[in-house]
Design a protein around this ligand. Structure first.
Ligand code: PGA
Length: 254
């Protein structure tokens, strides 16, 4: 079962997640991190940056990218990763990959999979979750075994992401995303969520049936998962009291 950490707010959650990332990098300065964009992980990147670690040898693979934006678009995840992650953390941009950044769309998924494999796999994958239950851009119906590929975004996700664009109409319809099988291959997963809008998706992902209808539920198939949620995002969790109890007593096993 996933370890579920219920925190006060996104700042405290960012500290918890940054602690996990820092531990991975301390063990291996060339660790491979799975990078998530979106607003949820921003407090994690800020908390990690504040630790002042040398992250210049870390390697990174983004979860997903829009298809069809003009090159250099500020809304692209290439640009977002550069702005929100590479620069504040002092990563080497040459060591950070985003799906589709190495050539034509055709074959991009296979090339990305090969690049992750040749880096030795992802040590720790950071994840947000969409209101549709997506992780990466794996919308409902995504195979639990899927690999990096082109997907069509749901209209709900396009509306959710309209805030980064002028309007929902400007949000691309397609994306490249790591698959649920790709994500499950990472050695450790950290799933973050803040706010009441994520409560249903978190309840489905953590305690619902494992089903392609809630892609986030694929985390239940992974043996090393930490879910960090604030009280609002935890509101639909049936076993919240147990998770709090387990977290309070976590040090007793040494
Ligand atoms: P958000 O997106 O962090 O901007 O809420 C999460 C997601 O869509 O995975």
């Amino acid at each position: 079962m996933a370890e579920v950490v219920i925190v006060r707010d996104a700042e405290e959650g960012g500290e918890v997640a940054a602690g996990l990332l820092a531990r991975v990098v301390a063990a291996d300065p060339e660790a491979v991190l799975g990078l998530a964009t979106g607003s949820t992980p921003l407090t994690t990147w800020a908390a990690l940056a504040a630790r002042g670690l040398d992250l210049s040898r870390v390697r990174g693979f983004a979860l997903d990218e829009y298809v069809g934006l003009p090159p250099g678009s500020p809304q692209s995840y290439r640009a977002t990763v550069q702005r929100d992650i590479v620069e504040p953390l002092g990563l080497d941009p040459e060591r950070v990959r985003v799906p589709g950044d190495d050539g034509p769309l055709e074959g991009a998924g296979e090339r990305y999979e090969a690049a992750i494999r040749s880096a030795g796999g992802v040590d720790l994958q950071v994840l947000g979750i969409g209101t549709t239950g997506h992780i990466g851009f794996n919308e409902p119906g995504s195979s639990l075994a899927s690999r990096t590929r082109v997907k069509t975004l749901t209209e709900q996700t396009r509306r959710d992401n309209a805030r980064f664009f002028g309007s929902a109409d400007e949000v691309p319809r397609h994306c490249l995303t790591q698959g649920l099988g790709t994500i499950r291959d990472a050695r450790r997963l950290v799933l973050l969520a803040w706010g009441a809008g994520k409560a249903e998706a978190i309840a489905g992902a953590v305690e619902g049936a494992v089903t392609a209808s809630c892609p986030g539920s694929a985390i239940q198939l992974h043996p090393e998962v930490t879910v960090v949620v604030d009280e609002q995002a935890a509101a639909g969790l049936r076993y919240a009291d147990y998770y709090r109890h387990a977290w309070r007593h976590r040090h007793e096993l040494g």
